[in-house]
Ligand binder design. Structure first.
Ligand code: ACO
Length: 332
């Protein structure tokens, strides 16, 4: 069995900044309400020309540059996304074309709500570890603004656009250690698309409170399962495993969900106050929830700012429409 390591990361966000003050003029809300209930101050919104494909391609180009490989070394391209228009052919195909890849290679999209990047990374991990491919590119990209109803204050304050990418390569050293994927289809109606938008794709509709409760529980469960896949460790063993983790990159849906999950971990593992909270990486204040982009974007930004360094043990944990949830345990 081979190992699969992240050898490069990249990200992209659109230039246009939509602040809470802009939103105050669009719906019945306030900067104070949004900050207190979500932790968000601003989010990036794609221009009319930008799509999940164009944003993803820029993030991928940056990840390729960061890794030092040549674009033609990519043997497979896996894209986590929910906002490809039209829905086929896949965003992966469009991206390969934009990057002007000269040879044939497999490419496909993974549609798993905001958990798409975690699922895509797991698929890539499996492809590299099995020896099928040596170099696989993984992209998380979404243009949620295209399915957001800017008259619905329950949702429009949350979402933004962006993309992130990683290059995964067969290696001797430990990289993606393992992943845990989950899903609860009974809860699918909590997060759906209405059929009212002008594009015909519909707008996001959600039962925010119920998604909130699910999200907190699912993130805790997935963090613990990725550390202890057999579920046999007692809480002391789990605590030791957890203490080795340097940082957690959660899906950036709501700062309160993230801190709530951290508090729950502290209570379950009998950790001193703040010990899980200090591990949480939060970028939501500036970027809001940009779905499949949120985790690879936070990963790239954290590596660039020095919050994360090579060798760190990190959990990427997400949840989203489906309802789905997942975590990847990685050594950077
Ligand atoms: N401004 C002002 N008031 C608002 C706003 C707003 N933007 N949105 C809702 N309210 C009101 C509600 O109407 C409600 O009023 P009422 O009591 O008169 O009915 C009140 O605020 C409280 O509403 P709650 O829903 O209980 O507020 P809550 O503290 O739960 O926060 C929120 C709402 C932010 C949506 C929260 O539930 C949440 O983050 N849920 C998870 C959402 C999520 O992560 N979705 C995406 C997952 S998938 C993906 O990432 C694409």
């Amino acid at each position: 069995m081979y190992q699969a390591s992240i050898i490069g990361t990249g990200s992209y966000v659109p230039e246009w900044v939509l602040t809470n003050y802009h939103l105050e003029k669009m719906v019945d809300t306030s900067d104070q309400w949004i900050i207190e209930r979500t932790g968000i101050r601003e989010r990036r919104i794609a221009s009319g020309q930008e799509t999940n494909v164009t944003m993803g391609a820029i993030a991928l180009e940056r990840a390729i540059k960061d890794s030092g490989i040549h674009v033609e070394e990519i043997e497979c391209l896996v894209v986590g996304t929910n906002t490809t228009e039209p829905v086929w052919p896949s965003a992966g195909g469009h991206m390969a074309k934009l990057l002007d890849l000269q040879r044939d290679l497999p490419f496909f999209d993974v549609q798993a709500g905001c958990t798409g990047f975690n699922y895509a990374l797991f698929i890539a991990e499996t492809l590299v570890k099995s020896g099928q491919y040596r170099t696989v590119a993984v992209v998380g990209t979404d243009k949620l603004s295209s399915i957001t109803d800017y008259q619905d204050r329950n949702t429009c304050v949350l979402f933004g656009d962006g993309a992130g990418a990683v290059i995964l390569r067969q290696s001797e050293r430990e990289g993606i250690i393992r992943s845990h994927l989950g899903g609860n289809a009974k809860l699918r109606d909590l997060l759906t698309l209405s059929k009212k938008s002008s594009t015909g794709n519909g707008y996001i509709k959600m039962e925010g409170r119920k998604v909130y409760t699910f999200a907190k529980r699912a993130m805790v469960q997935s963090c613990l399962r990725v550390l202890d896949p057999s579920g046999t460790a007692d809480h002391k063993e789990l605590r030791l495993l957890f203490e080795q983790v340097n940082k957690i990159i959660p899906h950036q849906a709501n700062a309160r969900i993230i801190m709530g999950a951290a508090e729950e971990l502290e209570s379950r593992l009998e950790l001193p106050d703040g010990k899980a909270r200090e591990k949480m990486i939060i970028t939501i204040e500036q970027y809001g929830n940009n779905s499949c982009a949120s985790i690879p974007l936070a990963l790239d930004l954290s590596l660039r700012s020095g919050k994360l360094k090579r060798g760190d043990l990190v959990i990427l944990v997400g949840f989203g429409a489906g309802l789905t949830y997942a975590a990847n345990l990685i050594r950077l």
